[in-house]
Design a protein around this ligand. Structure first.
Ligand code: SF4
Ligand code: SF4
Length: 290
């Protein structure tokens, strides 16, 4: 179950990459900019700001009614037939979630094989949390490895040790999120504690895999954790890069269109804050930081 495949990505690992976004995530980070990844199920999104009340969709589907110039949309009546997407002149609807076979996905991503080979890139499994669908990831990874494709796994780390062990032989790099060291802070930010995440990172490091750490920087949420994160990462040997990702609020309209409760913080970080966080991480951890 995936929700997107994006080509020519340059921030999801080395070189030019195609990123496959898996649906479903065990965490609920308050700042998540991919709320369409939360659920494992197919979902429909409707953006009321785009609707011009033309009535084309209401004439074909019971899920939509226009009354007093208001478009009332009942997503519980949706059967995901996709007809509204084809008929809407404003692109107000989207469906997230597609059950595809590993062979189909492999065929699609291998279209850009020449770019991967020329740039040192490859394919990134992202999400959501790809390792919630471990066996599928392994199946896809096996097909790609037969063509010697570089594979990066973008994970939140909140997965079983067994899942990590299964994907390890195929993963060239782990893109690994660290959000907080204090378990209580982590729980307040994501809904889950972080012992498993920190343990899994140590395990991956012990296997000598390349690691890129990703730290979303959220003022007043995890901004007080940077020194502790830096101290922890000092002990992880195989980190090639630490990336600080400044929080942004671009996902508000996605929450609205999915009917998902939006708990996103209001405050975005200043450039100076991000710079300070990067310097602290560089100084204490000794790793390369961007
Ligand atoms: S996908 Fe089909 S069932 Fe769902 S809202 Fe659109 S037209 Fe209706
Ligand atoms: S087809 Fe699109 S623009 Fe027309 S009423 Fe439906 S959602 Fe609105």
């Amino acid at each position: 179950m995936i929700f997107a495949i994006k080509r020519f990505e340059t921030h999801d690992g080395d070189g030019i990459r195609t990123t496959v976004f898996f649906k479903g995530c065990p965490l609920r980070c308050r700042w998540c900019h991919n709320p369409e990844s939360f659920s494992r199920e197919t979902e429909i999104a409707y953006n009321d700001e785009l609707c011009i009340r033309c009535g084309r969709c209401t004439s074909l589907c019971d899920a939509s009614v226009i009354k007093d110039n208001k478009h009332i949309f009942d997503r519980t009546k949706c059967t995901f037939c996709g007809e509204c997407i084809d008929i809407c002149p404003r692109g107000a609807y989207s469906i997230y979630g597609d059950n595809r076979s590993a062979e189909e996905i492999a065929e699609e991503v291998l279209f850009d094989e020449i770019f991967f080979k020329g740039s040192g890139g490859g394919v990134t499994f992202s999400g959501g949390e790809p390792l919630m669908q471990t066996d599928f990831c392994v199946k896809l990874a096996k097909i790609l490895k037969e063509r010697d494709i570089n594979i990066a796994i973008d994970t939140c780390g909140y997965v079983s040790r067994e899942a990590i062990e299964k994907i390890l032989p195929y993963a060239d790099t782990f893109l690994y999120d660290i959000k907080a060291i204090d378990p209580e802070v982590h729980k307040a930010c994501t809904g889950k504690s972080n012992e498993l995440i920190l343990d899994n990172l140590k395990f991956i490091d012990s296997k000598g895999k390349n690691i890129e750490i990703r730290i979303p920087y959220i003022p007043e949420y995890n901004s007080g954790e940077i020194e502790k994160i830096a101290e922890f990462l000092k002990g992880i040997k195989n980190i090639k890069l630490i990336r600080v990702l400044p929080y942004h609020k671009y996902a508000d309209s996605k929450y609205l269109s999915l009917g998902t409760k939006n708990l996103s913080p209001e405050k975005i970080p200043t450039k100076e804050e991000i710079q300070r966080a990067r310097e602290t991480l560089r100084r204490i951890s000794g790793h390369k930081v961007n």
